[in-house]
Design a protein around this ligand. Sequence first.
Ligand code: PGA
Length: 248
Amino acid sequence: MRKPIIAGNWKMNMTPAEAERLVAELIPLLKDAACEVVICPPYVDLALVGKLLVGTNIKLGAQNVHWAPKGAFTGEISADMLLAIGVSHAIVGHSERRQYFGETDETVNKRAKAALDANITPIICVGETLEQRESGVTDTIVSKQTIAALAGFSAEEVVRSVIAYEPIWAIGTGRTATNEDANTTIKVIRDAIAGVYGQKVADEVRIQYGGSMNAKNATELMAMPEIDGGLIGGASLKSEDFSKVVHF
Ligand code: PGA
């Protein structure tokens, strides 16, 4: 059985003071969650939020991680640095990173591997553009992105990873994939993993859906057999909304 995992991606939102208020609201609301819960604040909030989360069931995630242990990489943060402040998860290869900051399949692979080496769970994002969906290449694109992100991983490392299927046209647009489309594409991703690592490994990997998932549609999406969780942007910034998603 795959344990569902709901992760909040705060993106570039929340000053430390705002983060403190949101976390204070989230802790009591989420304390009886049946699923694994992760929140991913911006880097400047991580140390503070990490302290607030000690002793709670909410896990701390970063929004990225660099592959090198240290060195001349201005603006980047290493896995060991994140680990030192209590980070257990890191989003890798979000479409906004790929689109605006030159992230490639190769750098996504390196970042995810560095996270795993530090015992941090990478949440690896894949997903097609609207143009790609409309021209019928979604399955090829997401399979290729997934296999490239996992290149060189052992079976055990694949199982420790989380994949987030996020159709780019659904992110921040209010336009969610239908439950069936999300489920079908996640099955395609699982089949691609099975093709390389075998069915047993594929059956153990958790694959989230992301893209305008919210308090209203979470129940239906989470009822789909292939969907093991959600990566939540906008709806993770309001405690009541995020709590409803977590209690799908
Ligand atoms: P959204 O973002 O929920 O605001 O669409 C999801 C994501 O980008 O992870």
